[in-house]
Write a protein that binds this ligand. Structure first.
Ligand SMILES: [Zn+2]
Length: 239
């Protein structure tokens, strides 16, 4: 275990050694804020900051996931269950941006690794959120998570309306009632890529469930003359 000088070493020694640990002044700021604004850990409910030391260790110990989407390797930072699911929902539904750092670190690492292995000039494109989600939140959780993970300059695919169809497959109303075939049929043609002709692309999204939306992203990039070299997600739902 690495040791280092730390202004609050008496109370928070172990935190200074965690890979995702905040800087000392942040620890001090949280300690002071905690006196006035008690916060409960979102993972276990213990009075602490948004994610306590034990839950951060739990998160760090969870394995990554790899699967194929439309013939492309998808790296997911986590499986979408338990603590990971809770934190993502808190971020997306309740705008708890304080969970972006613990989640975004590993996500950013995967994106940077994909870029390092890809040809120079590879671009990062985000699968867009549902219109309703984007309106409700007023911020893009994926862009925030990537920023916390040290990735900037993300572009995005565009969502297009397809005549005679309902909403997009992921996040649209009635999603659960649809059959798999209806979901796929309703999703084809809903995304469009621009400016990727002859370019390599890393596609990113927060949660990949069926993979239908990510596969549509791959289709859209290919249709625009680009090549998806990797997909990266924060979390993936396992079968
Ligand atoms: Zn906790």
């Amino acid at each position: 275990m690495r040791t280092e000088d730390h202004p609050t070493a008496g109370t928070r020694t172990a935190e200074a050694t965690a890979p995702s640990s905040p800087t000392p002044w942040r620890d001090a700021a949280f300690a002071v804020l905690g006196l006035f604004l008690p916060v409960e850990c979102l993972g276990c409910g213990r009075p602490d900051r948004a994610l306590c030391r034990a839950c951060r260790a739990d998160l760090a110990a969870r394995p990554r996931r790899v699967r194929l989407v439309a013939g492309v390797r998808l790296d997911a930072a986590f499986e979408y269950e338990g603590l990971v699911r809770t934190l993502l929902l808190e971020l997306k539904l309740r705008s708890r941006v304080d969970v972006a750092r613990p989640l975004g670190g590993r996500f950013g690492t995967l994106v940077r690794a994909a870029l390092a292995e890809a040809p120079a000039g590879t671009v990062v494109l985000r699968v867009p959120p549902s219109r309703a989600g984007a309106r409700r939140r007023g911020f893009d959780p994926v862009v925030l998570l990537l920023a916390r993970g040290g990735v900037r300059g993300t572009g995005r695919l565009r969502r297009v309306r397809v005549r005679g169809r309902g909403g997009p497959a992921d996040g649209g109303p009635g999603q659960k009632e649809r059959t798999a075939i209806e979901r796929v049929a309703a999703t084809i043609g809903t995304l469009r890529a621009h400016g990727v002709e002859g370019r390599d692309v890393v596609l990113v999204d927060d949660v990949v469930t069926t993979g239908v939306t990510m596969a549509e992203g791959v289709r859209a990039v290919r249709a625009a003359g680009g090549r998806v070299v990797r997909c990266v997600a924060v979390a993936s739902v396992e079968d």
